[in-house]
Design a protein around this ligand. Structure first.
Ligand code: ADP
Length: 476
């Protein structure tokens, strides 16, 4: 029983662990997916920002070259306007590296024509991924590009100054144009590297996150399947349990019907015969005859008394739980003999005891019920015609069991009745008993995990052998 409770507890804790695994996996999956989306969105924002950076840088170069050729101030203004875009991004990058205020960083990114709604992701990714290899590499490319942008800015200032002071000869112009060309080429390489590095990093993150997603989804699916298989097994088991209980209830109901019918009948019959005997006795004058009627009345009452005792024993066995303690078989047997003393014809009935086992670990109340019933039967069904009526009681150990034998040389049991004597209310001679005794013995023994066997021969005698487990061997 305690093992069963242990396994039930184990299964319940398994279920609890499974639920925790599912809960944690779901929570991790949500968190991971949240960051996956955030990372991918931030990468997209950087790629977007890079395209503004790259386009503005190229436009700035174009306007500067046109300005150098045309000396048109509008081109100079446009050049400065476009140059602000990569410079703004540069301010944001330096601000992020040097822990400047968020306002400085955000303004820088806004100058870089990044969207307002992307700013948080841009800042978050830079701060959290700046040391991750792909981001570190991309930042290096960006830093290098910013150096070239600075050089481009210096060339722009120089060109403006020389043009405005008319110190701009064709040699200077050629030199500047070739420097601008070189810078533009270098910037294109940096910008491409920046995009590629970010793209590769995004792909790695995407692959990693897909694998993590698959891993957690597999954990969730297997835990849920395992959980359901346990629940289904439990449902099937409890369905079977209910079916067995239902069958037992149907049997019990049948027994109860039978019991109520027989009890009411057996309780009434002595009353009916008493009433009859009283009526007859009233009309009788002969004292001897009246005494005879009184003897019959006393028999009726004894029968009813025994019947009520049987019912009380039956109910005790059903109601009271097992109490195992050390019991003296000798004492129980002696008590049973004393209880039946008034029925013993001292001269004719010889009771012998051969007790090889005295103390046992068992339920004393139930052993008492069993011994009283068996001894009562042995006395009731003795053969008065025999010169010597004997009852022999023997106790001994056999393997892991204690055995108790009660043998008589009474009337014995005919073969055709042997299969029914343990049935409820089965009595070969209804005048001698209610037919409850052996049924109670069998039921009581079941509670003790014991058994009963009968060897009987009509007119020779009967031997009832009861077997109960030797609880000393089980450490009880
Ligand atoms: P009862 O109360 O009628 O004795 P039991 O259930 O004790 O009912 O016994 C059932 C039947 O088995 C009895 O009616 C009797 O015929 C038979 N029986 C029981 N014990 C003995 C015995 N020791 N010798 C002969 N017959 C017996």
């Amino acid at each position: 029983m305690s093992q069963l409770i242990f396994f039930r507890k184990l299964r319940s804790s398994n279920l609890f662990i499974l639920l925790i695994v599912v809960f944690l996996s779901c929570a991790l999956l949500i968190i991971i997916n949240f960051f996956t989306i955030k990372t991918l969105s931030a990468s997209r924002a950087y790629v977007n920002g890079e395209s503004h950076y790259s386009k503005a840088q190229k436009d700035a170069v174009r306007h500067l070259i046109v300005y150098i050729y045309t000396r048109d101030n509008r081109e100079l203004e446009l050049y400065k306007e476009e140059l602000k875009v990569p410079q703004g991004d540069g301010i944001a990058r330096v601000g992020l590296l040097n822990h400047k205020s968020d306002a400085v960083i955000r303004n820088g990114f806004l100058d870089g024509r990044n969207k307002e709604e992307d700013l948080d992701d841009l800042i978050w990714m830079f701060r959290n991924f700046k040391n991750v290899s792909f981001m570190a590499k991309a930042i290096k490319e960006w830093e290098q590009a910013d150096i070239y942008i600075n050089q481009l800015s210096v060339i722009g200032i120089d060109a403006e100054r020389k043009i405005k002071t008319s110190k701009f000869d064709s040699v200077t112009k050629q030199k500047m144009l070739s420097e601008i060309g070189l810078l533009s080429n270098e910037l294109t390489i940096n910008e491409r590297n920046f995009s590629n590095t970010l793209g590769d990093g995004t792909l790695i993150i995407k692959g990693l996150l897909i694998n993590i997603n698959i891993f957690f989804i597999l954990i969730i699916i297997s835990s849920v399947s395992f959980y359901y298989s346990i629940m289904i097994k439990r449902l099937i088991a409890s369905k079977k349990e209910i079916e067995v209980k239902n069958e037992n209830l149907i049997i019990l109901n049948g027994e109860l019907d039978n019991f109520v019918y027989s009890v009411s009948h057996d309780l009434r019959s002595p009353i009916t015969s008493l009433k009859g005997l009283i009526e007859v006795a009233k009309l009788e004058d002969d004292l001897e005859q009246i005494n005879y009627y009184l003897m019959l009345m006393s028999q009726s009452l004894n029968k009813q008394d025994q019947f009520i005792r049987d019912i009380v024993d039956y109910s005790k066995n059903k109601r009271i739980g097992i109490i195992v303690k050390t019991v003296s078989l000798n004492k129980l047997i002696e008590d049973a003999i004393i209880l039946h003393n008034h029925n013993l014809n001292e001269d004719k009935i010889i009771i012998t005891k051969n007790l090889f086992v005295d103390e046992v670990r068992s339920d004393s109340l139930r052993l008492k019920i069993i011994l009283n019933n068996l001894l009562s039967n042995a006395i009731k069904y003795l053969d008065e015609s025999k010169k010597e009526m004997t009852i022999s009681i023997r106790t001994y150990n056999s393997g892991v069991f204690h055995k108790i034998e009660i043998e008589d040389n009474g009337i014995g049991i005919q073969d055709e009745y042997k299969d029914h004597i343990f049935d409820m209310f089965f009595a070969i001679n209804k005048n001698k008993g209610s037919g409850l005794g052996l049924y109670i013995v069998k039921e009581t023994l079941e509670k003790l995990n014991g058994t009963i066997a009968v060897f009987s021969e009509s007119n020779v005698g009967s031997k009832f052998t009861i077997t109960i487990p030797n609880l000393y061997l089980y450490g009880n």
